[in-house]
Design a protein around this ligand. Structure first.
Ligand SMILES: Cc1ncc(COP(=O)(O)O)c(C=O)c1O
Length: 486
């Protein structure tokens, strides 16, 4: 290091190494850096930044730990499990352990209410959903080809789908006037725009449930999407990484259910349909790097399996998960309890914000919600959104993620993650944002304050009236003692 100037590096290294395509310079990652340099700790650093930019499910680790303690044979580093150490350590087949594929297929079915079956022979593993997306793109498209992606979308897609493959992403703008729903017209318009620009569209990528919106696709939207991809003969990649985070009605419908129902009817071409899954969100194991490609296309499954050599899941992890994911008592209890805890966290947070007039998009899934701070913008521009975001990160000390980093076409929306912290940290975060908004409102004139009141009415209209009555004046969320600290 140090001998070669960055200009010289351009000649010495590949385009991938020097073109900045990783996307690390986005505000999404800047927020993480702000957190890393000043992380909140209740006693060690109580004024530090609270991490609310990380979509992690940490609410059920007590259940996981209990299972691990009760199943010592599942680990190869225990007295009970050490007998399997050698066989596990020397296994190197890229198909993966058969019992692991069966466990994953079982878990994927349970997450979808056992309404659908998954064939263990189609389970292809990869390094997280990150690796699964890239692997699929390598199978489906060539450099210069494009995938349509409805906005707002997960910022990592810019890296995962594009960086090393040379594929482009074409945004399909969705808007708040329509609750950010994906419409057939928006898909057709984006497809036409790409065609006019001589870009070959190979597929459509949809995340269901959505990150960052926390919403799920309705049946009619699914139908629109399927008829769009069939008409244009392009692939459909469904990222269902948040399938088990749906915490209230309406229930989640997986694309797998539709495929199973329509199979043989000629209404859809199943060769065009591919699911990306992972254990990073539903189970909360991003560190295990378990990603899955589940394609209904035999050639894609076969090619992806060969490619999976580049990102296999370690057999130690496979061995443990094979036992955990085929334990139906545990899986059933985990999915039910996780849903309950996510629902409560979501409700506590969104209700606490609604009390000070902060709205959010109505949602029933995910580890986050989509917060509406349009009223706090000086003007409706991405620059004004980023200026507000800087205040929230550096002064309010909350690392929420700005809509612009999700390619949202409308400034003023922010993603707030709520499942990666304990209850006490959640209360501190809520207090901080409530007091920030209260101060901002106090600085505004009476006309704008009236606006906040009507905003509050709109946002509460979809919530049950008794929810509000249930907020006790002694609740830690409203306590003056708590408020006095921030
Ligand atoms: C929609 C979506 N897809 C993929 C990923 C990447 O997941 P993994 O940790 O399994 O690579 C994420 C992570 O946040 C995500 O939100």
């Amino acid at each position: 290091m140090g001998f070669v100037s960055s200009n010289n590096q351009q000649h010495l290294l590949s385009k991938i190494a020097t073109d900045g395509g990783h996307g690390e310079n986005s505000s999404y990652f800047d927020g993480w850096k702000a957190y890393d340099s000043d992380p909140y700790h209740p006693t060690g650093n109580p004024d530090g930044v609270i991490q609310m930019g990380l979509a992690e499910n940490q609410l059920c680790f007590d259940l996981i730990e209990e299972w691990v303690v009760n199943n010592p044979k599942a680990s190869i580093c225990t007295a009970e499990g050490a007998g399997d150490f050698m066989d596990t350590a020397i296994f190197q087949d890229y198909h993966g352990l058969p019992e692991f594929r069966e466990g994953v297929a079982n878990f994927m079915a349970k997450v979808r209410g056992d309404r659908v079956r998954f064939d263990p022979d189609r389970i292809v593993m990869s390094g997280g959903a990150t690796g699964a997306h890239e692997m699929l793109v390598f199978c489906l498209a060539d450099p210069g080809d494009a995938f349509l992606v409805p906005t707002p979308y997960y910022p990592g897609f810019d890296r995962d789908l594009r960086w090393r493959t040379g594929v482009q992403l074409v945004p399909v703008p969705c808007e708040s006037s329509n609750h950010f729903k994906i419409t057939g017209e928006a898909l057709e318009a984006a497809f036409r725009r790409a065609k006019d620009a001589n870009i070959r569209v190979k597929g459509l990528l949809i995340t269901n449930p959505s990150n960052p919106l926390g919403t799920i696709l309705g049946k009619s939207t699914m139908r629109d999407i399927l008829s769009f991809i069939t008409r244009n003969n392009i692939h459909l990649v469904l990222d269902e990484i948040y399938a088990a985070t749906v915490f209230s009605q309406p229930r989640f419908t997986s694309i797998a259910e539709i495929v199973e129902k329509e199979r043989g009817s000629n209404s859809i071409n199943t060769d065009l349909i591919h699911i990306v899954y992972s254990l990073s969100k539903d189970l909360g194991f991003p560190g295990f790097r378990v990603g899955i490609v589940y394609s209904y296309n035999d050639a894609v499954t076969s090619c992806a399996r060969k490619m999976s050599s580049f990102g296999l899941v370690s057999t130690q992890t496979q061995h443990l998960l094979a036992a955990m994911l085929s334990d139906n008592d545990f899986v059933g209890k985990f999915i039910a309890e996780s849903g309950k805890r996510l629902a409560k966290r979501h409700e506590d947070f969104t209700k606490g914000l609604a009390q000070v007039g902060i709205g959010s998009l109505e949602s029933n899934a995910g580890l986050f919600f989509w917060m509406d701070l349009r009223r706090l913008l000086k003007e409706p521009t991405p620059e004004a959104e980023l200026a507000l975001w800087k205040v929230i990160v550096h002064e309010v000390k909350l690392n929420v993620s700005p809509g612009v980093s999700f390619h949202c076409s409308e400034p003023g929306w922010f993603r707030v993650c709520f499942a990666n912290m304990d209850d006490d940290t959640m209360r501190v975060a809520l207090r901080r944002i409530r007091s920030f908004v209260a101060k901002r409102k106090a600085m505004e004139g009476p006309a704008k304050r009236q606006c906040w009141r009507s905003n509050l009415r709109i946002n509460l209209s979809f919530r049950r009236k008794d929810d509000i009555a249930m907020m006790s004046p002694h609740s830690p969320l409203t306590s003056p003692l708590v408020r006095a600290r921030t």
